[in-house]
Every structure is written in C-alpha cells, then in structure tokens.
Write a protein that binds this ligand. Structure first.
Ligand SMILES: [Zn+2]
Length: 398
C-alpha cells in the first residue's frame, strides 16, 4: 500500500524506476483501458492505478505546501524545503491539475517512449546544456570502472526537458500514450494539450518550471524494448543549483543511477527500498573517490556528501523511503572512506556489496559522525584506556 508521503518521497528523491516489473513507467506505459477510467470529467484522464498515484501526489504536495516536513518528522530535508518553496509559487488550482494530469511525468515519458532513439546522441543536460560535458565525462569513467560487473555496454543517457511540452508534435503523442481511451469528441487530446500549455504559461519560468522535471531514474524499459537508460530532468539540476550543490550534483546523480544498473546486472533485488538506495549512494561514492574511478579530491567528496544529504527524505515509515539526509550522507561517507582504505581500493562489485551489507546492519545506530554508536562508544572506551595508560606512569611516580 502506498501512502501520500511515500509518493512524495518518490517524487522528491533521486529515484530508480524498478528495473523489472511493476515500475512506475511500466504502469503508465500500458495503454489506459477505458473501463479503468474512474472519472470522466475533464480533470481526470487516468486509469485507476495512475489515479491512485496522482491522488497520493496531490495529497503529499498539498501537505508539503503547508509544511515541508509534516508533523512529527524526526529530521529536516533540504529537498522538502525547496519543494515547498516551488509549490508555493503555483496557484492551488494549477498545482492540483499539474499533479492530477501527471505533468511531472510527461517529459520523462516523452523521452522514453516517444522520442526517436536516433536523436539520443544529441541529448543535452540542463536547460541550456550546461551539464552535458560533465555528465558524459563521468559516465565514460563509470562505464570503464564498472565494466567487470556485467553492466550493459551502453546505457543510454537521456534528459527530460519541460520545453518538450511546448512542441505539440511531442506533447500530443505522449498524451495519447498516457491517457489513451480517455478522450472523446467533447474533449479531444488537442483540447487537453491546449489546457496544459495554458497552465504551463502561468507557471513561474513557464516550461522551465523545475517541478515539471524534478527527478532522475534508472530504467531498462524504453518503448517496447529492454534497453537500459538513465534519465535526468532539468528540475533536478535546478534544485542542486539553488542548493549551491551545482558543482558535484550532476556527478552524484549520474553515478547513483549508474549504480542501480550495476546492482541490476549483479542480479541484486534487495526488496528493501531504502537499502537499495543507500547502496546506490555508497557505490557512487566508492567509485567517485576511487583512484582508478572518479578520483575526486577531498573537497569534491565533501560536496558529494552534501549533495547526498540534500536529497534525503524524512518519510521514514514509508515504503518508498530512500533514507534520511543523514543516512544518505553517511552512505557516501562509507563508500568514499572505504575506497580510500587499503583493503577497499580494489574490490569488485560483489565484494563491495558484502562489505556494504555489514555497514548497513548498523544503519539505525549511526551518530552524527556516521559511526555506529556501539563502535564509537568502543572507540571512546579505547581512548579512555589509552589516556589512563598515559596517566599511569604519572600516578606511579606520584
Ligand atoms: Zn536510486
């Protein structure tokens, strides 16, 4: 069962579309059957399954709009605060329609299912392509580094742009795919496209409004084929820019999503959402810090910790919870530190997974320094003994 806040987490977080059955796009991908249409008024063009998701989004966004953390949430999430600010800029009616019509998914669905694959080589990242070079460069390094893990030789790099919705030749076939069976002569797909474009014209920044594309996914489903890809929306880059995490935000997103493909190639399905997400964070940082991988400097790795913190969420009781800000940061701390250690430097993906498992077993007891409380208290005891040993000669002397 999916609750409102879990969907909020999905929306907020760097997200993996489940790499096999039951993924979010999979649900959208299937043509909507008329009998599943729950309401036939002009505000609802979705089948029951998508309708439930949309309802959850709406509730979550409305809750979030008033209070980014909800009540009794034991942490603070930078992405939730940013999201609240963005939603506060949109009129309530427009926000509700945006969510009800799944507009935050349409640019992703266009790219995955409608766009011509021939054009993939022309993909650019960020509103003006400002992250393209960075994304492609780190992708090449990740591909080399993980090549022994069984990951596909080519993972398509795709970008979701709100501006694609301004082109009727892109928008209309995507709407037909998503809402097939829900249009009739009284309300055609053209009418719907008109309303969508009018709505977007009222959003701050229009087609560049970041909530149209605030996500990133790893998926192996494109069109009717099994074909792996990573897709990152412009809104994600905007969030990182607004959070002053622009420098390493792109590398984090790309390598986190790439790690999902590595895990998939290893046949890992942990059935524990948070664990999978933290593992992707840890693998990403392990690669980025590794001398034979991203070879990032200490300062760059500190920025990676900050970026990971920024995408953490506080929906700890939700099925789709990805990890709190602290846990996500700690996963990258563990991965980067391990890559720097003598034994960690040259592990293959499976050995790394085994070590991650050991780390993860202490996840609930991490302190603010990312140390398991039990081990930090051991450390404290050891330092107390050392101090005492140092004092002993003095005591004896006296
Ligand atoms: Zn993920």
């Amino acid at each position: 069962m999916i609750f409102g806040r879990s969907i909020l987490s999905t929306f907020l977080m760097i997200e993996t579309v489940k790499l096999s059955e039951g993924n979010l796009f999979g649900k959208i991908h299937r043509p909507v059957v008329l009998s599943d249409t729950v309401q036939r008024d002009h505000d609802v063009f979705v089948n029951k399954e998508i309708w439930n998701l949309a309802e959850d989004h709406i509730r979550a966004m409305m809750v979030n709009r008033d209070d980014p953390h909800g009540s009794n949430v034991p942490c603070s999430s930078p992405s939730a605060v940013w999201l609240q600010k963005q939603t506060s800029l949109v009129a309530t009616d427009d926000l509700e329609k945006m969510l009800r019509w799944n507009l935050y998914i349409v640019p992703f669905a266009y790219k995955l299912y409608i766009a011509n694959p021939v054009l993939y080589s022309q993909e650019y990242f960020g509103f003006d392509g400002e992250y393209t070079h960075e994304i492609r460069e780190i992708y090449d390094e990740a591909q080399d580094f993980w090549s022994g893990s069984g990951v596909f030789d080519e993972v398509h790099l795709l970008a979701a742009h709100g501006s694609d919705l301004s082109d009727r030749e892109k928008l209309i076939p995507t709407l037909e795919l998503l809402f097939e069976g829900s249009y009739d002569k009284d309300f055609t797909v053209d009418d719907h496209a008109d309303e969508i474009q009018e709505l977007i014209s009222r959003l701050p920044g229009g087609y560049e409004f970041p909530l149209l594309t605030f996500n990133a996914f790893a998926t192996d489903e494109m069109g009717d084929d099994i074909d792996p890809s990573i897709i990152i929306g412009d809104g994600y880059f905007q969030f990182q820019k607004d959070s002053r995490n622009e420098s390493e935000g792109p590398e984090y997103a790309l390598t986190h999503e790439f790690a999902h493909h590595v895990m998939n190639a290893m046949g890992l399905s942990l059935e524990d959402y948070k664990k999978e997400e933290l593992m992707a964070d840890a693998f990403a940082a392990y690669f980025l810090a590794n001398n034979s991988g991203g070879d990032m400097t200490g300062e760059e790795i500190s920025n990676i910790h900050r970026v990971a913190y920024s995408v953490g969420d506080c929906g700890i009781s939700d099925e789709l919870h990805h990890g709190t800000p602290k846990e996500r940061k700690c996963a990258t701390v563990w991965g980067a530190d391990f890559a720097d250690s003598k034994e960690g430097r040259k592990l293959n993906a499976r050995e790394l997974y085994a070590r991650f498992n050991t780390w993860f077993s202490d996840i609930d007891s991490l302190d603010n320094e990312c140390l398991p409380q039990s081990s930090s208290s051991v450390t404290r005891n050891i330092s107390a003994i050392i101090s005492l040993m140092l004092l002993v000669p003095w005591l004896l002397a006296w």
